[in-house]
Design a protein around this ligand. Structure first.
Ligand SMILES: NC(=O)c1ccc[n+]([C@@H]2O[C@H](COP(=O)([O-])OP(=O)(O)OC[C@H]3O[C@@H](n4cnc5c(N)ncnc54)[C@H](OP(=O)(O)O)[C@@H]3O)[C@@H](O)[C@H]2O)c1
Length: 171
């Protein structure tokens, strides 16, 4: 399993059920790394998607204990154990964890790669991702050139950011 996340300087990822920043290039990066794959996420993150609907062109797995949640175009799984069983039953699918905080935390031990967009800014936040620089067993293996957000298409103007990749090194 792999994961993809966007973090600020303090590894914050969200505030009041919203992303910290919307950067068009980052959304494109997200799409490239998830399209045609299987994504897994929690029921709160589902509510942050456009119209609260599963994302198209991907198999959507939603973690939820809510028996009334039956969104069209998604499979609802009731536990991490059900997800692991799904993974075993679908060995050809590439599963990418896409949030949010509680799901990242539970599934990090099952992941061997993490695509982390680093926003070089500090936002108000109430949801965090574990700091992989301080997490034993994880190493940053690539960092893109610094890019800058553009106020014409993004929520921030001139914010430096980069795309990084972390790998599990103790596997
Ligand atoms: N920066 C990023 O890349 C990024 C990406 C995604 C999300 N986010 C942010 O993350 C925040 C949301 O994170 P969150 O932790 O509040 O919510 P979340 O992880 O998206 O969803 C939590 C919900 O998922 C379900 N769930 C979690 N673990 C489960 C398990 N083991 N079995 C069954 N169901 C399980 C539960 O739903 P039920 O209550 O329905 O049972 C739980 O309430 C938002 O601010 C969002 O914008 C940021």
């Amino acid at each position: 399993m792999k994961l993809i996340v966007a973090v600020d300087r303090e590894w914050g990822i969200g505030y009041r059920e919203k992303l910290l920043a919307s950067v068009k290039e980052d959304l494109t990066h997200f799409r490239k790394l998830t399209e045609g794959k299987t994504i897994v996420y929690g029921s709160v993150t589902l509510r942050t998607f456009p119209n609260g609907r599963p994302l198209k062109d991907r198999i959507n797995l939603i973690l939820s204990t809510n028996p009334n949640l039956k969104p069209e175009g998604a499979v609802v799984l009731r536990s991490v154990e059900e997800l692991i069983a799904y993974e075993k039953a679908h060995p050809d699918e590439d599963i990418v964890v896409v949030g949010g905080a509680s799901v990242y935390k539970q599934l990090l031990p099952y992941c061997d790669a993490a695509y982390v967009t680093r926003f070089d800014a500090s936002f108000e936040k109430d949801a965090y991702f574990p700091n992989l620089d301080d997490t034993p067993g994880w190493q940053c293996i690539s960092v893109s050139e610094t890019q800058y957000s553009n106020g014409a298409t993004d929520t921030e103007d001139g914010m430096p950011y980069c795309f990084t990749e972390y790998r599990r090194v103790d596997a």
